[in-house]
Design a protein around this ligand. Structure first.
Ligand code: SF4
Length: 497
């Protein structure tokens, strides 16, 4: 597996290249279609049950926006509350610093391995790889994360990281890999879901019982009392949060909420939007440490890693309101066809397309993967409709597209073919006579190259043929709107009235 370069995987190609490979994989597309359609239908059913669903979304959006506006004071309040409750707060400016802190804490606890609760923040910083370099084994305990880890794979979805795998693929991975990570899969393992779950349970149990240190993420942390929380479906997270002596939580700074009562809103929005359930099966909360009960050392690592820069952008900052429900992935026509790997980042789908380029910068990765992401969308708006905290993803995508264009312009001495084409289009559109001449030329040219009313790939050299190669255009009409208007005057309007 390639070592992740923080948020964007090192060596990840730009989205169009990666998407082409994914689109050619029929099995992948079928797995994705089945999974996203199922989750989509469940979500629609349970959100439709609530008369006040739209008001809940408004409340969630307002709470998140207000918190982001005053993030600095809520974070200081959180630090004070956690410390008062017996926890230790660490501040990490970037992935390297966060990894150094966690590695140091694991060593100080005298542990050579950790069990992990599913966490996007630790994936973002490449924690497992950093721990491995320090000789510390990190074991994922979420079932889907376990499948990804055993398969030497990468997550493809925020909530269901192994969404791209079907049951027989999972069985093969368990049979092949479990033995080299701990307890082997039982002989004669079938692809029955209960048998697969039992194999995972037996494999994980020995890890839960011997682990001295657990590492988790956090769905939220409450500034007023220092309570940190994780929601999950399997209960494996709760085993990690209660059994080991030391608990280390890595949390993006945007996850803070002002008050305990704010959970009323988010604990309704999150399960309905993510798994299509009325409430999530396990909600674990902890406040500092309690003598004789649960972990006796608690460390909270507050991670920036590009978030402060994102916060400075008044349009783009709304991406930080994300509660990682993944509803936008499940409704996105682009994600449904390409899957998460094509996004080249731990944050796939529509939210990844706006978050990743902001966290790493649109010129921040060598292959242009991050800069390609704002264009990985049809701008259909389905993500905005689905988002429980009303992040206007299409607006942020358009905003980031402009930033990508500006960034490219600033780095080049000569304009790109696209920039020249846009400049030419601007000149044509600015002058009615030019537009009329261009329309006439398009009408004549279109007649020559169209086949059955459509214009396909134009016989132009690269890169000029890039646009037409992937699109069919309708043949320009024999008469333009202007010509029609001039010919008919306002008689058409009069005839209608
Ligand atoms: S952007 Fe909205 S819909 Fe997408 S994962 Fe975040 S909260 Fe969920």
């Amino acid at each position: 597996m390639t070592k992740p370069d923080n948020t964007v995987w090192l060596g990840a190609p730009a989205f169009p290249v990666a998407a082409r490979a994914a689109l050619a994989d029929g099995q992948l597309r079928s797995n994705l279609r089945h999974a996203t359609t199922t989750i989509r239908d469940k979500r629609l059913a349970v959100t439709g049950e609530l008369d006040d669903w739209e008001r809940l979304r408004d409340a969630g959006a307002a709470l998140k926006r207000r918190t982001l506006r005053h993030l600095d004071s809520y974070l200081l309040q959180l630090e004070e509350s956690v410390t008062r409750a017996g926890g230790v707060v660490h501040w990490a400016a970037d992935a390297d610093e966060a990894n150094r802190i966690v590695t140091g804490l694991v060593r100080a606890a005298g542990a050579g391995e950790v069990v992990k609760v599913k966490s996007m923040a630790t994936q973002e910083i490449g924690l497992n790889e950093a721990l491995a370099e320090a000789g510390i084994a990190a074991y994922e305990t979420d079932l889907a994360e376990l499948i990804v880890q055993l398969g030497h794979d990468r997550p493809s979805h925020i909530l269901v990281p192994a969404i791209h795998r079907n049951r027989s693929e999972i069985r093969d991975i368990f049979e092949r890999e479990m033995g080299s990570w701990g307890r082997a899969a039982p002989a004669g393992l079938t692809d029955d879901p209960a048998a697969l779950a039992e194999a995972a349970r037996l494999h994980l149990r020995e890890k839960f019982l011997r682990a001295k240190v657990a590492v988790s993420g956090a769905n939220f942390a409450i500034a007023e009392n220092g309570t940190v929380g994780v929601v999950e479906s399997e209960g494996n997270g709760r085993m990690c949060l209660t059994l080991p002596r030391t608990l280390i939580t890595v949390m993006g700074i945007e996850k803070v909420l002002p008050a305990w009562s704010d959970l009323e809103v988010f604990l309704q929005l999150l399960p309905r939007s993510s798994t299509g359930e009325r409430m999530n099966p396990y909600t674990s909360t902890w406040t500092g440490v309690t003598p004789g009960d649960g972990p006796q050392d608690f460390h909270l690592v507050l991670l920036d890693n590009g978030r402060t820069d994102t916060l400075a952008d008044t349009v783009g900052r709304q991406a930080l309101a994300c509660i990682r429900c993944s509803a936008c992935l499940n409704v996105c026509p682009v994600y449904e066809r390409t899957g998460g790997h094509a996004y080249g980042s731990v944050y796939p789908g529509p939210i990844g397309a706006v978050l990743t380029p902001q966290l790493v910068g649109v010129g921040g990765d060598t292959n242009g993967a991050a800069a390609s992401l704002p264009f990985a969308s049809t701008l259909c708006g389905a993500c905005y409709e689905a988002c429980p905290v009303k992040i206007d993803i299409p607006r942020v995508l358009v905003h980031l597209r402009a930033r990508v264009v500006e960034s490219k312009r600033a780095r080049r001495r000569t304009p790109t073919a696209e920039a020249l084409a846009m400049r030419a289009a601007g000149m044509v559109l600015a002058e009615p006579a030019r537009l009329r001449a261009a329309q006439r030329a398009a009408r004549i040219g279109g007649r020559l190259v169209a086949r059955r009313g459509r214009i396909g790939a134009l016989p132009l050299p690269a890169p000029l043929n890039g646009w037409s190669k992937t699109r069919d255009l309708p043949q320009p009409p024999a008469e333009t709107f202007r010509d029609w208007w001039q010919r008919t005057g306002n008689t058409a309007q009069e005839n209608e009235t």
